[in-house]
Ligand binder design. Structure first.
Ligand code: DC
Length: 235
């Protein structure tokens, strides 16, 4: 595929397979993949570990100034993993304790300002795929390609269940359903850059699509875009 690098923003509801698609696409295109949700999860983990009260603005601001987020490459999986103050916390951030609190933390203005500033910097060199909730609307409103993903709620619950059951055999479907519904509600109704489809985002409902079909669909969009750009440049 072409060397002309673009920014790809993938937004959508919880457990739609955004990160799975983004990772596979990044591998194919040799792009950087950034899971912006991992950043909010790592911040939430810090809040939980340090007993930060989300209603206490001063405590929140102090906590944010103590947080340093970075990504490191796992040489085995070739995937980037999130570090919180230099500790790789990838293994902790999908825990239900974090999932239950993350939407509340991600709704705080100071938290978003902190995370979005870093995300914007990561996009400076292009060649990046970022997934999240506000990437196409707020982080990269000028992204060349925006995808908005959705899927049937039952399909999403089952996907999350399979993922989490492998780590925690005691997890129940009802607990997962409740968490997904609550997060979708908080994420789409919060004041600060709520989850919504950007006007120019392409809708991808993957309820009945395989991973390969999704990948092919987006690859085709990238190919079309890059070809269009080349022909515009040639004219
Ligand atoms: O993608 P995820 O499920 O790991 O994201 C965890 C939470 O972080 C999600 O419920 C909302 C929040 N989030 C956000 O507000 N903005 C983003 N760009 C990414 C995630």
């Amino acid at each position: 595929m072409s060397a002309h690098k673009i920014i790809i923003a993938i937004d959508g509801y919880s457990s739609c397979g955004k990160s799975t698609l983004a990772k596979e696409l990044a591998r194919k295109l040799h792009y950087n993949f950034i899971d912006s949700g991992a950043m909010y999860r790592a911040i939430t983990l810090y809040f939980i570990r340090n007993g930060v009260n989300v209603a206490d603005t001063e405590a929140v601001n102090a906590a944010i100034s103590d947080i340093n987020l970075s990504f490191e490459l796992n040489p085995q999986t070739r995937q980037s993993e999130i570090c919180l103050n230099d500790e790789n916390v990838e293994g902790y951030i999908r825990d239900m304790l974090v999932s239950d609190k993350v939407s509340e933390v991600a709704a705080i203005k100071a938290v978003r300002t902190f995370a979005v500033a870093q995300q914007k910097t990561m996009g400076k060199k292009k060649g990046i795929i970022m997934d999240g909730r506000d990437i196409g609307t707020s982080v990269f409103p000028g992204a060349e390609l925006k995808i908005f993903m959705t899927a049937d709620p039952d399909v999403r619950v089952m996907r999350r269940f399979k993922e989490l059951h492998a780590i925690n055999p005691h997890i129940g479907l009802d607990e997962i359903r409740h968490n997904l519904e609550l997060r979708d509600y908080i994420d789409s109704t919060r004041e600060e850059s709520p989850l919504r489809r950007a006007d120019d985002a392409i809708l991808l409902d993957n309820s009945n699509m395989s991973r390969e079909e999704q990948l092919r669909f987006v690859e085709q969009l990238v190919e079309n875009l890059v070809t269009d750009k080349k022909s515009i440049a040639a004219n």
